[in-house]
Ligand binder design. Structure first.
Ligand code: 6R9
Length: 656
């Protein structure tokens, strides 16, 4: 494990940041949130959450807010029953908002669709009838391997409506990644597309599904949405076209109420070992917290705002803040299919201008990319509609924060830097716009109802100015309910580090500044954060060593000005491969891309004669990070052979 002190050293300037931006009176006067929320939650946390749960329609009221007797397995809103899709769709139509736009969708090639809440109800009902006709029943798992198109949202909501548990697999992942996820969840259905648009090109996706499904006997059907019109192979009886199955279905579907703890979805995320963890989320507590946070953190006014979360739906941010939170709150959203520079670098700002987007939620890596492209690009568009800006996925450096504020937010829109994880389900630490005076680079404080602390190695809370590990010391409604099929791994990963205190260990280093504000310092385990995507070092290492040219591999995340961290791999090649130079490096990068996905492609691969290891054989990635970041190499005393680092440095200097 990296010590948080390593990271705080690197982020020292960040902690000298002393600028503060208090909310304007004008914003505060109209804000959803008030400072009274903190006091209210402190006075009685469970009563506070019970009140937040009233944002939803419950078919059967709960009898108990929280059951924590079987900790760390929580039950929230015990005995309550609800239908998640009804809450996100039907009730808005019933309250007279059927004509309100739910989604302004824009495809990468420029095609557009406007979907009202009434349209959404029809589409979701038809899709639910279609899935039921395939014999799927509550509790069955459905894998969704799709790009950013409306049918992805329909598919998720149709699953939720029937009590099916969806597992969305990011469309950029490889066939192999899809296969392991289908296998782990034992999915009966895969929903996918013929192909997807990426950087102006139509790329096939169905062949990856065919390859995966050939080895996953649990899958009975593959439902294919036609997106790009490319030819696909069809396996009779197994494969079905969405338009043939769904379009003819009845537009009426009566939702059934499910238990508050009914599984809603599984979402796989990287852990410290090669095997991804299936993070399990359930219904009532999850929907309560995503709705509550979306309302307060983004200050959503459903009648006037146009909200755009520019994440991919394959990540938790897409689940909670493209689909469930905004729809539960009757938001009008923008959904965009493609990359920010297709066909030009002003595409996003053109979209903001066209739909008068008022709330924008994105990641620091994207903001840094825009910085690189230049402030003159957003300056060509009318961005005056923007009134709240959000950031998520990794620590945002003060420089990017200030740029976002000035060039996108017109020095007017408050910025909310939101810390949370796939596991937390919803935002946990964030400023409240209109309430909190923000500091560039700090996520500030736990939201009302949330309890977080920075603790030292022994679990004792550090004082102001102190650094250590971030922990969550009280259960929260949208917390994960476990790792799919692996209760022990759930206990070990999150609850064993501070077992005595009963704290949830987030895996992030953090620090309090002199005012007690929280600054996140990145992961303390072997998980990298590349453009806001979590990739484990082990995962990339195992992909590399699965190639016949590689004897051994060690992977580190090195600071990268654009992507936050970049993947740097150190490999020891086998005999023959040593003489193949650049060719083998290219082959290895392609191999990783095929095994895991293009986002896991190493930025740099260095060929080395040896790897630095401790006596117990654990690779000392800390030292490799020093090399990757061109720093003086740190303490080598725990190395089994301390001359190894000299060998590595000498080899790299001579360019071999
Ligand atoms: C929502 C999401 C979770 C990890 C988390 C942390 C990093 C996310 C952050 C942040 C600093 C923020 N992270 N938001 N670090 N400031 N505002 O990203 O979920 O993909 O599971 O990643 O991302 O390291 O532990 P997920």
């Amino acid at each position: 494990m990296t010590q948080p002190s390593d990271q705080s050293a690197a982020l020292d300037n960040l902690l000298n940041e002393s600028r503060a931006f208090p909310p304007s009176e004008e914003f505060a006067a109209q804000a959803n949130a008030t400072s009274a929320l903190y006091a209210e939650a402190d006075a009685d946390r469970e009563a506070f959450w019970a009140k937040q749960a009233e944002r939803l329609h419950w078919d059967t009221p709960w009898t108990k807010v929280l059951d924590w007797d079987d900790a760390p397995f929580a039950k929230w809103f015990v005995g309550g029953k609800l239908n998640v899709a009804y809450n996100c769709v039907d009730r808005h139509v019933e309250s007279g908002h059927g004509d309100q736009v739910a989604i302004h969708w824009e495809g990468e090639p420029g095609d557009r669709r406007t979907i009202t809440y009434a349209d959404l109800k029809r589409e979701v009902s038809k899709a639910a009838n279609a899935l039921a006709s395939l014999g799927l029943r509550a509790g069955d798992r459905v894998a969704i391997y799709m790009p950013m198109i409306p049918e992805t949202v329909f598919a998720m909501l149709a699953s939720a409506r029937l009590g099916l548990t969806h597992s969305v697999v990011f469309g950029g992942f490889s066939s192999e990644a899809l296969r392991t996820r289908i296998e782990d969840a034992e999915a009966k259905l895969v929903i996918t597309v013929d192909g997807q648009y990426r950087r102006g090109q139509a790329l096939p996706l169905k062949p990856a599904v065919d390859e995966a499904v050939a080895r996953t006997p649990s899958v009975r059907n593959v439902l294919v949405v036609r997106r790009t019109g490319t030819d696909v192979d069809f396996t009779p009886d197994r494969d079905l076209w969405w338009h043939e199955l769904v379009d003819g279905q009845s537009e009426e579907h009566t939702p059934e109420a499910f238990d508050a703890e009914h599984p809603l979805y599984i979402l796989y995320t990287s852990g410290t070992t090669g095997k991804p963890k299936g993070i399990l989320h359930t219904s009532g507590g999850y929907l309560t917290q995503v709705a509550y946070t979306h309302h307060n953190v983004f200050d959503l006014k459903p009648d006037t705002d146009v909200y755009w979360c520019a994440a991919d739906v394959g990540w938790v941010t897409g689940h909670s803040y493209i689909v469930y939170g905004p729809l539960a709150n009757r938001a009008t959203s923008v959904m965009y299919e493609g990359t920010p520079n297709t066909p030009h670098e002003g595409r996003w700002w053109e979209i903001v201008q066209r739909y008068k987007v008022s709330i924008l939620y994105t990641a620091p890596t994207t903001i840094r990319t825009f910085m690189k492209w230049g402030a003159d690009i957003p300056a060509r568009y009318d961005l005056s509609s923007l009134r709240v800006l959000g950031s998520v996925g990794e620590p945002i450096n003060p420089e990017a924060w200030m740029w976002y504020r000035e060039h996108i937010g017109g020095n007017r829109a408050p910025i909310v830097d939101t810390w949370w994880q796939t596991e937390t389900g919803a935002i946990m630490i964030s400023p409240l716009p209109g309430v909190t005076a923000t500091k560039p680079g700090s996520a500030m404080a736990p939201l009302p109802g949330i309890a977080a602390k920075v603790v030292d190695d022994t679990g004792a809370e550090v004082g102001k100015g102190g650094g250590g590990y971030l922990v969550l010391d009280q259960p929260w409604p949208s917390m994960l309910r476990g790792i799919w099929g692996d209760d022990q791994r759930y206990r070990d990963t999150y609850w064993s580090r501070f077992a005595e205190q009963g704290y949830y260990f987030a895996g992030d280093g953090a620090k309090y500044d002199d005012d007690g504000a929280i600054w996140l310092l990145g992961r303390v385990d072997d998980v990298m954060n590349v453009s806001g995507h979590r990739i484990s070092t082990t995962e990339v290492e195992s992909a590399l060593v699965s190639h016949p040219s590689v004897a051994e591999a060690a992977v580190v995340g090195a600071t990268d000005p654009t992507t936050g961290q970049g993947i740097v791999a150190f490999v020891i090649l086998r005999g023959d491969a040593k003489d193949q130079g650049e060719q083998v490096i290219k082959a290895l990068r392609d191999h990783v891309s095929k095994e895991i996905g293009p986002i896991a492609k190493p930025r740099q691969i260095m060929v080395v004669p040896e790897l630095p290891k401790t006596r117990s054989g654990k690779i000392m990635r800390r030292l490799l990070r020093d090399v990757a970041e061109n720093r003086q190499i740190g303490d080598v005393t725990t190395l089994a052979d301390s001359s190894v680092m000299d060998l590595i440095s000498a080899g790299l200097k001579s360019g071999s």
